[in-house]
Ligand binder design. Structure first.
Ligand code: NI
Length: 433
């Protein structure tokens, strides 16, 4: 497939400036030209031509931490503290989920993400073969891991399953799917189990995705039980010696931040989930200053309650500003980088996606600038963070394929997915009583 996008404003986000009325050529799954008018030569005969007038092209947004299938629990358990939310509501209903539920719930998540300009996501859940099926069919890009509970009776079996999953699915779906190992958190995975996970990650050549230092109670319990911080606990297991994507990292000491920087641990910051669960404010400014790569995530839809990465950029910026009482911290260009190139780096995909550059995979969003809330167009990059809505995504391309064109999602049946998700969510609620 070859595509020409012409007469489009381009935000490459690779350090080069905004291009007005430019052109992007895509051949196969890669970007072959990005530049001003006339950059694409006449001998290029594209199969698809997209008129980009009034549109802004940016790299696709990257959701670095979610549990896609939790879309079925959107609005099911609100206004509860994390442990009560998990123990009394989420874990009991998750027990009732079937493989097909997870497939349809992930289809709903992919639908929502495509429609709000997200092209890639990092997912931790279970029945991950069903998540891979949804990713494969919808055309999205994803880094997948099964959540591993080290204290569960099936902990060893789950790790063994993850081996097989990694061998079968890592770099599958034309390379759109990559795999990590997913120890849920240090409070559900004892140190010996984390050591097993680390050895497995080394053997498989994959990274690790873990929740870390999410709540104050996690820090207090780790101090009481182990005499250290969650970050120190994980450091002692050697897990940081493999590439680690750590979700949340809300409660950190300065020494913890230095440890994360030393091991090049990537952090997935989830501002709206942290706010909604009352978890606290992650020290994002300090982490970035220390050189830690911080991407953005939505977390699951049961603690957000949507998967809109535009909102996440805005919340990340505003949350640091209000915390520091300083409007200059976490400016819009930094929030945009977190949602694109930093996110790509967090997923280990920085050489493939995250910017609009020749040679990179074509993961591109065309944002509709012809909206009252985006007028006048003083600063389109600031608009994308401070004024835009996810629903301004008009056309979405992943891996050189058009997944949504002029607001119509082409890679799945929107009405069927929503009807099926609604039906299954109602059944689940009836089952838990
Ligand atoms: Ni999470």
């Amino acid at each position: 497939m070859s595509i020409l996008i012409r007469d489009v404003d381009i935000l490459p986000l690779d350090g080069s400036p905004l291009v007005r009325g430019g052109e992007i050529a895509i051949e196969g799954n890669r970007i072959t030209v990005v530049g001003g008018t006339g950059s694409v030569t006449d001998d290029f005969k594209p199969e698809i031509v997209i008129d980009g007038q009034g549109l802004l092209a940016s790299p696709g947004l990257i959701n670095c931490h979610t549990h896609a299938a939790m879309t079925l629990f959107r609005g099911y358990a609100d206004d509860l503290p994390l442990m009560k939310w998990l123990n009394n509501k989420i874990w009991p209903i998750e027990d009732k989920l079937t493989e097909e539920d997870i497939y349809w719930a992930t289809m709903l998540a992919c639908l929502e993400m495509i429609k709000s300009g997200t092209t890639a996501f990092a997912d931790m859940y279970f029945h991950m073969d069903q998540v891979a099926r949804a990713v494969s069919e919808t055309g999205m890009r994803a880094s997948l891991c099964r959540g591993l509970i080290g204290v569960a009776p099936n902990a060893d079996e789950a790790l063994e399953w993850s081996f097989g999953f990694a061998r079968e699915f890592h770099e599958s779906a034309e390379g759109r799917i990559t795999v990590m190992l997913g120890p849920h958190a240090p409070y559900t995975c004892p140190p010996d189990y984390l050591r097993l996970v680390k050895d497995a990650a080394v053997e498989l050549g994959v990274g690790v995705h873990i929740h870390l230092a999410e709540t104050r109670s996690e820090v207090t319990q780790t101090a009481e039980g182990q005499g250290c911080t969650p970050v120190q606990l994980v450091e002692r297991t050697g897990l940081f010696e493999v590439p680690v994507l750590a979700a949340h990292c809300v409660h950190l000491t300065d020494e913890d931040i230095a440890v994360l920087a030393r091991y090049a641990v990537r952090v997935a910051h989830n501002p709206q989930s942290n706010m909604k669960l009352g978890s606290g404010v992650a020290p994002v400014v300090k982490l970035l200053e220390a050189g830690v790569m911080v991407g953005l995530g939505t977390d699951g839809a049961a603690s957000n309650n949507d998967l809109d990465m535009v909102e996440e950029m805005r919340s990340a910026s505003f949350l640091q500003k209000v915390t520091y009482e300083d409007p200059t911290v976490l400016p819009s260009d930094q929030a945009l980088a977190m949602a694109t190139l930093y996110g790509a780096t967090a997923l280990g995909l920085q050489d493939e996606v995250g910017t609009l550059e020749v040679g990179k995979k074509a993961d591109i969003v065309l944002w509709d600038l012809q909206k009252p809330h985006l007028c006048p167009l003083h600063d389109v990059s600031a608009h994308l963070v401070y004024s835009a809505r996810g629903s301004d995504a008009r056309t979405v391309i992943v891996d050189g394929k058009v997944l949504m064109r002029d607001y119509e999602v082409l890679s799945l049946d929107e009405e069927a997915v929503m009807a099926e998700a609604e039906r299954r969510a109602r059944r689940l609620i009836a089952e838990v009583g």
